[in-house]
Design a protein around this ligand. Structure first.
Ligand code: AP5
Length: 211
């Protein structure tokens, strides 16, 4: 399966991607995780994007496309992939379409997680993330077995830098302005599948009926 996951911050894209990955062996490609790893490692890329990410702004289309052009041609992508957080703007969606055409590939669907705003705010303020492996937790719905420690790798579990109230509000505005138009783009491409939940059973049903 080659799927892009659409939805506002906190909709559950990362959670759904990880569950789907376990289901069919597709690889999760999260541009947010790639950028956060660069920030944590203190690379040139990390230094370039750190301030924008903490403020909840998008990084440039050029930078994202240079990362993704390379990433989508790596060996593990042959089995299929789940794009989590990419594309994020119309220019990125158009560039992805052109890139896939060049590679003789195409997306199977764009899966939109259409989650109400109050649920999103609640999820983002209660989310916790592993600093090492990126496992996603939630203090209400999925706490780690030992508080602050990742069940998977034993590293520290923390709140992300972009989870202040101000940054969350700004990320939602940025989503509405720059990413929400992709819903019409993928509807026009006849690739859009919308689900009003990120519960795995409903998500799997929607994907299976689409494929
Ligand atoms: P990114 O990392 O992509 O963040 P995001 O899109 O804001 O999405 P999140 O990771 O916050 O949420 P999610 O939808 O994955 O939800 P999750 O599964 O964690 O991007 C971060 C930044 O990087 C951007 O602001 C930008 O600066 C930059 N960037 C990244 N990609 C870019 C691009 N393409 N172009 C430009 N800039 C880019 O779930 C949230 C919580 O809800 C968790 O606690 C989870 O446990 C819980 N939860 C999930 N599902 C359920 C459920 N069914 N029931 C109960 N709880 C649930």
């Amino acid at each position: 399966m080659k799927i892009t996951l659409l939805g506002p911050p906190g909709a559950g894209k990362g959670t759904v991607a990880k569950a789907l990955m376990a289901y069919d062996g597709s690889v999760q490609i999260s541009t947010g995780d790639i950028l956060r790893a660069a920030v944590a490692a203190g690379t040139e890329l990390g230094k370039q994007v750190e301030a924008r990410m903490a403020a909840g702004d998008l990084v440039t289309d050029e930078l994202i496309m240079s990362i993704m052009e390379q990433r989508l041609q790596e060996e593990d992508c042959q089995q299929g992939y789940l794009l989590d957080g990419f594309p994020r703007t119309l220019p990125q969606a158009q560039a992805l379409k052109a890139l896939l055409q060049k590679l003789g590939e195409k997306l199977d669907c764009a899966l939109e997680l259409d989650i109400p705003r109050d649920v999103i705010i609640d999820r983002l303020t209660t989310r916790r993330t592993c600093t090492n492996c990126g496992e996603i937790y939630n203090v209400k719905s999925k706490p780690p077995r030992v508080e602050g420690i990742c069940d998977v790798c034993g590293s520290e579990v923390v709140q992300r830098d972009d989870e202040t109230e101000e940054a969350i509000e700004h990320r939602l505005e940025v989503y509405n302005e720059q990413t929400a138009p992709l819903i019409d783009f993928y509807r026009d491409e006849d690739l859009l599948v919308s689900v009003p939940t990120s519960e795995m059973e409903a998500v799997m049903e929607a994907i299976k009926s689409r494929l």
